[in-house]
Write a protein that binds this ligand. Structure first.
Ligand SMILES: Cc1ncc(COP(=O)(O)O)c(C=O)c1O
Length: 366
């Protein structure tokens, strides 16, 4: 029995546009190898910075193209280090939780960040360095910040000079519903720093992410970036640019969206069949993840041990700051048939945990 992974937040192999990328890489090297094979601009491959500047309606000087967007998080953090505390969502992407030595948290509900709680957290401490948020198809919950809350949060950022890092690697990976404006667009990019990536829209192994920062921050970061890697890996950036110039992004998003929709649907149907009435889960319109809340008292970390023996894996919610009974399920990697089977295995693994816990609860009450 091979293990089915709901743990891996990566695309299925058939999502990768391998032949197109091979052709784009060849063209990129042949056309501009003399530049792309040397050290280039510290802040990224200049023609791609220009393309992204146009897309986001900013000067290219404000765009830093990095070896994946997690690197951009490190650069923003180093630019703002010492400016105060960092506020993150609860739950949130586990890597920033591990990178930050300390942080304050604000809950996420079905409509995204809880703005009432944000107000309370802002009032309760010193001025924050920044708020880190993933407003669209959040990792780990799959939840999207509603349009109303986006407008309120953008207004709050503008009124109070609240610096926000909007991490948006999944925004374009929408397979249902209408796109929403980003916080960056709503606020005008004065206080909102916008980071995104081609990991989910083209391929993670190409390692191309970027961040749009205020101009002074871009110039200020040059020394840090140069000391980190002199210049980022330019061949990947030149290849991405060729992919974009050929107009391949939109058709790829459509193709990948269909593959992901089928996976999400398979997961929702299997959850309903296996856990209907016994658990709650989010219903994302895009991205890679959904969030499962099991019956009160279920310990997701303990469940993972049983699930692994039953041939299915996931990441327990507490790794992201979630409740003990929460689970992140990635539907991006397994096939629809594997997803169906994997949720059955998960339900089987769940039985002894819930019964065991219920038994303990009854004994304790008596
Ligand atoms: C919310 C979020 N931000 C950033 C990243 C990092 O992406 P990359 O460094 O591949 O661009 C990920 C990867 O899963 C993510 O989920």
């Amino acid at each position: 029995m091979s293990t089915i992974s709901f743990a891996r937040g990566v695309p299925a192999p058939e999502c990768l546009p391998i032949e197109d990328l091979a052709d784009c890489a060849r063209t990129a090297i042949e056309r501009d190898g003399a530049a792309a094979l040397l050290y280039g601009h510290t802040l990224g491959y200049q023609p791609l910075r220009e393309w992204l500047g146009e897309r986001h309606d900013v000067e290219p000087a404000r765009v830093i193209v990095t070896n994946g967007s997690l690197q951009a998080f490190h650069f923003v953090l180093s630019a703002l280090a010492g400016a105060g505390r960092v506020i993150v969502e609860r739950p949130t992407y586990d890597r920033p939780r591990r990178i930050l030595s300390s942080f304050d948290e604000v809950a996420v509900d079905d409509e995204g960040l809880d703005l009432g709680e944000l107000e309370r957290v802002l009032a309760a401490g010193g001025p924050p360095a920044f708020l880190y948020t993933i407003p669209t198809f959040q990792n780990p919950t799959g939840v999207t910040l509603s349009e109303e809350r986006r407008r309120q949060l953008a207004e709050l950022a503008a009124d109070r000079n609240l610096r926000i890092l909007e991490d948006d690697p999944y925004g374009l990976v929408r397979f249902e519903g209408e796109p929403l404006p980003s916080l960056f667009e709503l606020e005008g990019g004065r206080n909102v720093i916008y980071s995104s990536s081609f990991s989910k829209t083209i391929a993670p192994g190409i390692r191309v992410g970027y961040v749009v920062v205020p101009e002074a921050m871009g110039a200020g970061l040059e020394e840090t970036v140069a000391s980190t890697y002199i210049t980022p890996a330019l061949i990947g950036q030149a290849t991405v640019l060729e992919f974009l110039r050929r107009g391949l992004l939109d058709p790829n998003l459509e193709r990948v969206g269909e593959l992901l929709r089928a996976r999400r649907d398979a997961m929702l149907a299997a959850l309903e069949r296996e856990l209907g009435g016994r658990a709650r889960w989010s219903r994302p319109e895009g991205g890679y993840f959904l969030w499962l809340e099991l019956a009160e008292g279920t310990d997701a970390t303990e469940l993972l041990l049983r699930a692994t023996s039953a041939g299915v894996t996931f990441v327990p919610g507490p790794d992201f700051g979630g409740e003990p009974n929460s689970v992140r399920l990635a539907f991006s990697f397994a096939s629809p048939d594997e997803i169906d089977e994997g949720i059955s295995r998960l339900a089987t693994a769940l039985e002894p945990v819930s019964e065991g816990r219920a038994g303990i609860g009854v004994a304790a009450r008596d």
